[in-house]
Design a protein around this ligand. Structure first.
Ligand code: ZN
Length: 435
């Protein structure tokens, strides 16, 4: 099976439901940039693909950063004077500011108040907050609940630990014919949020599982890493082999109802940029293309000037572009199997272009070859090959235009140009330039 057949296969299975099941299993875990929530997440991904798990010790210097102490949490609450948990980590892990230092003491509401975070505009939603590199503690709650809290004494407990440990991440390399690599990366550090992080994890793990069943031209490297420190640590440990990366994508926010969005690489004209533009233009859907900017997901590390890797970012609504972003409303109802499946299928389309975007040389460049004699003109016996695509491929295949250039120049979908090239190869009218 090749990648084109894979696209057809995935359309026929409930791949959206398969991705959604991964999200549902990972949703309850309290993840962070380090700790057991990340380990448990990687253990679950390992059910889909034979992931390699890396542990980088606290204190390891990675470029300008230091791997922080590991954070773990078992319980947290705020109890009122009657002993009732008015805020309870056990009901939702977003209730605790991620990376909160441990605390256990009684205090007044006035004393507690600066440590409480709400969303007054969405009084039923719990915000998601972190304090990774600043020692602090806090609770997030609905604004409605805060309004109900009366003056008086509260018992405040965060049973967390911040101790020397490890930064944990997962990596899976799928070898192809070439050692040239496609890098695909997602975040694994958010707790119970579905679109932001879990949809990317679901997409990459299911994509990796299916790509593992076909023969590939490129090697594929899948990274499941905590944001910022994870990609910086990975870049630091793999600096010697970054030259292998020919194309890359960060996948994030893959399951919301918004239109697909592609954020270009810092280079702006890399093959991955041209590929995404072509796929989105031919998707039959509305879409959005953004120029590179140094914010967002880990593309900002991969595209830092010292690396300038050809890594773009594919999402649906961009980060921060929907009200549910970083709140408890980014839940199991917010992501839908149909959108997850669509983002996956478009990603497979991208891989199909990368895999097949080769450069050919016309073996009969002096005048047009006589196609009719070869059964290639008007009613090609194998069907499905566009006459105009045949002529474009023959004309442009002078060794300096790859199939994607031809598709763009001709205004024909890549799949049709690829079919034309295959038919011309069969008739010995075209020869590929070796990789
Ligand atoms: Zn986020």
């Amino acid at each position: 099976m090749n990648v084109t057949d894979l696209g057809v296969l995935l359309k026929s299975v409930d791949v959206g439901d398969e991705m959604y099941r991964v999200i549902r299993e990972l949703y309850p875990l309290c993840r962070s940039i380090t700790g057991n929530g990340v380990r448990e997440t990687l253990r679950i991904i390992k059910k889909q693909i034979p992931l390699q798990i890396h542990e980088i010790p606290t204190g390891t210097q990675v470029f300008d950063w230091t791997v922080p102490r590991e954070w773990n949490i078992s319980d947290a609450y705020v109890k009122d004077s009657r002993g009732d948990r008015v805020i309870d980590f056990q009901t939702c892990n977003l209730h605790v500011v991620n990376y909160s230092v441990p605390i256990k003491r009684r205090m007044s509401l006035a004393e507690l108040r600066p440590h409480l975070f709400t969303l007054p505009d969405h009084p039923d939603w719990i915000p998601y907050r972190t304090s990774y590199y600043q020692e602090n503690w806090g609770f997030c709650l609905t604004h409605k609940k805060l309004m109900e809290m009366k003056d008086g004494e509260y018992e405040v407990c965060i049973d967390s630990s911040l101790e020397p440990g490890f930064l944990t991440y997962g990596e899976y390399v799928l070898p192809g014919q070439s050692s040239d690599e496609v890098l695909l990366s997602c975040h694994i550090c958010h707790p119970s949020l579905c679109n932001d992080n879990l949809s990317g994890i679901a997409l990459l793990s299911i994509l990796a599982k299916y790509l593992g069943q076909i023969s590939l031209r490129y090697s594929y490297r899948f990274l499941f890493i905590p944001s910022t420190i994870g990609s910086i640590a990975w870049l630091s440990l793999n600096e010697h082999q970054l030259w292998k990366i020919k194309h890359g994508l960060v996948i994030a926010g893959a399951g919301d109802p918004g239109k697909l969005t592609y954020k270009k690489t810092r280079r702006g004209d890399a093959e991955i940029d041209k590929t995404l533009l072509h796929i989105l233009k031919n998707s039959g859907q509305d879409f959005r293309v953004l120029a590179f900017y140094p914010y967002g997901y880990d593309e900002r590390q991969f595209c830092s000037p010292g690396f300038n890797l050809p890594v773009g970012c594919l999402s649906r609504t961009p980060h921060g572009g929907y009200p549910e972003y970083h709140t408890s409303a980014d839940n199991l109802d917010f992501v839908r199997p149909q959108y997850l499946a669509d983002t996956l299928l478009q990603s497979v389309g991208v891989i199909s272009v990368l895999e097949n975007n080769k450069t050919y040389v016309n073996q009969n460049p002096k005048g047009e070859p006589q196609l009719g004699r070869r059964g290639l003109y008007r009613g090609y016996p194998h069907g499905g090959v566009d006459d105009l695509a045949l002529l474009w491929v023959l004309n442009m295949s002078d060794g300096s235009h790859a199939l994607l250039d031809i598709a763009e120049r001709a205004g024909i979908a890549f799949a049709d140009v690829r079919k034309a090239a295959e038919a011309l190869m069969e008739s010995n009218l075209l020869k590929p330039i070796p990789d």
